[in-house]
Design a protein around this ligand. Structure first.
Ligand code: GAR
Length: 220
């Protein structure tokens, strides 16, 4: 199987991008290579992380397009021209439309900082997710990696991990614990599984296939 070319789409600080870069450097992204980082805004710190790791990076700015649809079509063209196999949304704050989803069916992964179907959908992103979880009073939250479909945050779920909510949590402390204990763990793992061809989508469910030969992940 050829090595999968991965593009990571970002809009902010890029800690999830960093988790992917670190995993790649440890050899934990089996059969995949991050070959491009694309930001939706200029000047975001994620671009510095990409540059430091020697990964080609560029900006496709939301403000240069009239709509999410026009931006999605331009992004799909760009990703196809780079021969990208897997698109990873790592804190990417633009909702992609059918133009992108059809160009990459079951080949776009998104990390969301809650246990979907809770605290997700349009307008539920970043710190807002944790504000809503604390307002609701849940005792457990977490993160989800899922395939992107035409409906926001509703595609087939690949991996989830639960994280406890503490009584004195603020949105910021909960966000940080969910990143450390869940997002930075399950996103690289899902990307590696995809690159090994081990994710099989069956309706809403994603089956994780056994590895073909003994890889690092079997030993964890
Ligand atoms: C992360 O918590 C990510 O899950 C969330 O934004 C943060 C980005 O942080 N994404 C969403 O809310 C998307 N719905 P990062 O730029 O440091 O990776």
């Amino acid at each position: 199987m050829s090595v999968k070319r991965i593009a990571v789409l970002v809009s902010g600080g890029g800690t999830n991008l960093q988790a992917l870069i670190d995993a790649q450097e440890r050899g934990d992204i089996i059969n995949g290579r991050i070959t491009a980082v694309i930001a939706s805004k200029p000047g975001v710190f994620a671009l510095e992380r990409a540059a430091k790791a020697g990964i080609p990076n560029c900006v496709v700015a939301r403000k240069d397009f009239d709509s999410n649809r026009a931006m999605s079509a331009a992004l799909a063209d760009k990703l196809k021209s780079l021969n990208i196999d897997l698109v990873v949304l790592a804190g990417f704050m633009v909702i992609l439309t059918d133009e992108m989803v059809r160009a990459y069916p079951n080949a776009i992964l998104n990390v969301h900082p809650a246990l979907i179907p809770s605290f997700c959908g349009e307008g539920c992103y970043g710190l807002h997710v944790h504000e809503k979880a604390l307002e609701y009073g849940v005792k457990v939250s977490g993160a989800t990696v899922h395939f992107v479909s035409e409906e926001c945050d509703a595609g087939p779920i690949v991996l989830q991990r639960a994280v406890e909510v503490r009584e004195n949590d603020t949105p910021e402390t909960l966000q940080r614990r969910i990143m450390e204990q869940a997002e930075w763990v399950i996103l690289p793992r899902a990307v590696s599984l995809f690159c090994q061809g081990r994710l099989k989508v069956e309706g809403r469910a994603v089956r994780i296939l056994k590895p073909l030969n003994l890889s690092k992940e079997c030993l964890q």
